[in-house]
Design a protein around this ligand. Structure first.
Ligand SMILES: [Zn+2]
Ligand SMILES: [Zn+2]
Length: 344
């Protein structure tokens, strides 16, 4: 029986490395994965610090690993395969999955649809047949890690806005997901890309990944209107999850344009529109990370073709056994941290 040294939520705001036993033989539909590369996500901090998730939950939902064993019904993967695993699990056969909306699978309902335990030496994947994808030879773990979550989310913010070539964008907040949206805008052929960010390291990264201009949050609305000749942008992406950024995104989108939101808005029960003006004939779309085998294969094809490289987001590196210290670093946003590479 493999025993995994895994980062576990041990109380509100607390994590620790604990020994978790996993079965030699995974159950039907499951796969046991040996971690090669993992990372910490903003939603891990939500789970540990804010959400009513009980102590004892193994943390981590973004990883590249090697298949150790598969259960009955998992025919697409064999032991030894190098795989990426979606942060949200899917069955592949329910109505939502059949229509390509695997992230809202009807079989694996929240929170049972979230992958748990990827910040450990081993972890177990439910719905393995449709929730994993083989990594093509020649691609490094570091290149593909983000197809499991933040690249898919950030790129989907652009896809759901139905971006047209040459569209003008404003992307509010350049955290890991916002930066992926910026990279996605460039990959998908946007025109002017305006990023909104006040932290110097993040502003620099936004430019590196595709932003033409970075404006300060304090005067973002006025600056974006000035840059677009008072027309407003075709698409405004909200990637922070705060009311003020949602309002600012609404304020800068042109008549007939789209507000594309990937923020979580935890703690908000209402989102008010900006005051002093009308808000008509705009579209508001929201996005949950698209997942599943085909989705990750498409994103890896973009990476393989040299269309995008998100490795610069891995600003820090630690041993998997040091994950709790990684949470502290990530929480405090020290040293320009964006994503931490965790290796066994
Ligand atoms: Zn995540
Ligand atoms: Zn499903």
């Amino acid at each position: 029986m493999p025993v995994s040294n895994t980062c576990v939520k041990t109380g509100e705001g607390q994590v620790a490395m604990l020994q978790i036993p996993y079965p030699d033989e995974p159950g039907p539909g499951q796969a046991l994965i040996r971690t090669r590369l993992s990372t910490i996500c903003g939603s891990d901090i939500h789970v540990v610090d804010h959400l009513p998730v009980p102590a004892g939950v193994p943390m981590g939902h973004e990883a590249v690993g090697t298949v150790e064993a598969v259960g009955a019904g998992v025919t697409a993967f064999r032991p030894g395969d190098r795989v990426v695993v979606s942060c949200l699990l899917c069955c592949g056969t329910c109505r939502r999955c059949m229509e390509g909306d695997q992230q809202v699978c009807e079989t694996f309902n929240a929170p049972a649809n979230l992958l748990f335990g990827a910040q450990g030496e081993f972890f177990l994947v439910n719905g393995a047949q449709t929730s994993m994808a083989k990594v093509p030879d020649g691609l490094e773990d570091e290149q593909v890690l983000f197809v499991t979550d933040i690249m898919s989310t950030g790129f989907a913010a652009i896809e759901r806005a139905e971006l047209k070539p040459g569209d003008t964008l404003a992307i509010f907040a350049q955290g890991p997901v916002g930066l992926c949206a910026t990279a996605g805008a460039r990959t998908y052929g946007a025109g002017l890309i305006i990023a909104v960010e006040g932290i110097p390291e993040r502003a620099a990264m936004a430019k590196r990944l595709g932003a033409d201009v970075v404006v300060d949050p304090a005067n973002a609305v006025a600056e974006i209107l000035r840059l677009t000749g008072n027309r407003g942008v075709d698409v405004a992406v909200e990637a922070l999850g705060h009311e003020v950024t949602f309002q600012n995104a609404c304020a800068v989108v042109r008549n007939g344009g789209t507000v594309s939101s990937v923020g979580v808005y935890g703690g908000y029960t209402e989102l008010r529109l900006p005051t002093g003006g009308s808000f008509m004939h705009r579209k508001i779309v929201t996005t949950l990370c698209p997942v599943g085998t085909a989705r990750m294969e498409r994103l890896m094809a973009l990476i393989q073709g040299g269309r995008v490289d998100l490795r610069p987001l891995l600003t820090h590196s630690m041993k998997l056994s040091e994950t709790p210290a990684g949470y502290e670093l990530f929480r405090k946003r020290e040293g320009g941290v964006l994503k931490i590479a965790l290796r066994p």
